[in-house]
Design a protein around this ligand. Sequence first.
Ligand SMILES: Cc1cc2nc3c(=O)[nH]c(=O)nc-3n(C[C@H](O)[C@H](O)[C@H](O)COP(=O)(O)O)c2cc1C
Length: 166
Amino acid sequence: MNPIFERQSVRKFLEKDVSETQIENLLKAGMQAPSACNQQAWEFIVVDSDEDKMAISQMHKFAKPAADASKIIIVLGNLNEAKISSMIEQDLGACCENILLQATYEGLGAVWLGFHPIEDRCMKIRKYFDIPDYCIPFAVICVGYPAIDNGVKLRYDESKVRYGGY
Ligand SMILES: Cc1cc2nc3c(=O)[nH]c(=O)nc-3n(C[C@H](O)[C@H](O)[C@H](O)COP(=O)(O)O)c2cc1C
């Protein structure tokens, strides 16, 4: 199985717990991502209380999958740790994608919920989890065992590719 081509967003989860070891594997995958100057300025909050998951699910209208996820990983960027802060979003994007791919590899389902740079969403999650000003609440990744397989459509589109120049 190639997780790149199997990955899909999963928004409905079974009532089955994802173990701490599995979450650790996802975090290891996230921290294995490339980053500018190898700055690795990411940090994570792992959420598994029902109350906290419900609170996240109400933070914006596309956040509902959080309610029945087994565990949630909040991906943060620590600006105090960054050497090139202007590149931190790219690092964090790579980190999130690694987490999603590892979830697929482990037979889990996951969905990335967008927070940064939407101010209202960031404010809510910052306040709820006491996230300091120097940390960007970049994204929320809901993880669980998939309840639905939506199938994957391959997206390769040769019309988007140019060779040798625009
Ligand atoms: C930056 C970003 C923000 C996203 N935000 C949400 C979100 O808030 N809620 C959600 O259900 N899916 C969200 N997604 C998932 C996308 O909707 C999904 O990746 C896209 O529809 C393609 O489907 P696929 O992941 O199954 O390939 C987000 C994905 C990215 C990369």
